[in-house]
Design a binder for this molecule. Sequence first.
Ligand code: FES
Length: 115
Amino acid sequence: MDRRTEQMHERGVSATVLVCTNDRTEYAACAAVDGVDVADAVRDWLRERDRYWSEVAVAETSCLGMCSEDGVAVVVQPNDEWFAEVTVGDVPTLMAETFGAAADDTTATEPTTTG
Ligand code: FES
């Protein structure tokens, strides 16, 4: 095991967005309600602000325990923010509210993570 916390902090990574893209047929699953598209929208939002993996990591995950036929489960850590039923259209608001109003300023260079 190799603890990399310090290395990631030195890189500036201060938060991780987890997006469920779990696929299954027995129950509601985020893959069936555009999980990958929501993950892409999160990545695009961050890329447009030069924050993708420089400040905010993004990971597609298995089930986060908030399964719904109405949208995707998203968790932001260490902010401890949990969202269910997220659609692609919700992503800009979710990201701006989670990472602060200054996050919408694409010219900002300072980290904007709240929490
Ligand atoms: S399948 Fe996505 S939260 Fe359960």
